[in-house]
Write a protein of this length. Structure first.
Length: 120
């Protein structure tokens, strides 16, 4: 499995990435949505994580831009929205999970569990 991690602040992902590496999941770091879009045209990852400081309509638009390239790619997004607002803005996009601003190894374990369940 491999994951595109799209973030401007990769250092905060160290614990998350270490847990992913422990599960033999490769993290491909990217700094922009545009980089992810270009890479997605060449290779479909297991998951794309967006950590771009976006919420609401901008994060919805970002996910849609990825789905326009590959309609079956799984996504997860960093969001500070409450559960109700998150659901309102992202309903129907197939986002597998929201992630907190400072992702942990426990968050990685949750994502791994979800990804394994999707493969079954």
């Amino acid at each position: 499995m491999n994951i595109f991690l799209v973030s401007h602040t990769h250092q905060k992902w160290e614990a998350f990435n270490a847990e992913m590496a422990n599960s033999a999941i490769e993290i491909l770091k990217m700094d922009s949505l545009e980089s992810a879009q270009e890479s997605l045209k060449k290779q479909a990852p297991t998951l794309i994580i967006l950590d771009l400081g976006l919420d609401g309509k901008p994060i919805r638009d970002a996910v849609i831009s990825l789905l326009m390239i590959n309609a079956v790619v799984h996504t997860a997004v960093v969001s500070s929205m409450n559960e109700e607002d998150f659901h309102e803005y992202t309903e129907g996009l197939g986002i597998i999970a929201p992630l907190p601003e400072n992702p942990s190894a426990e968050n990685a374990k949750t994502i791994i569990t979800i990804l394994k369940s999707l493969k079954d």
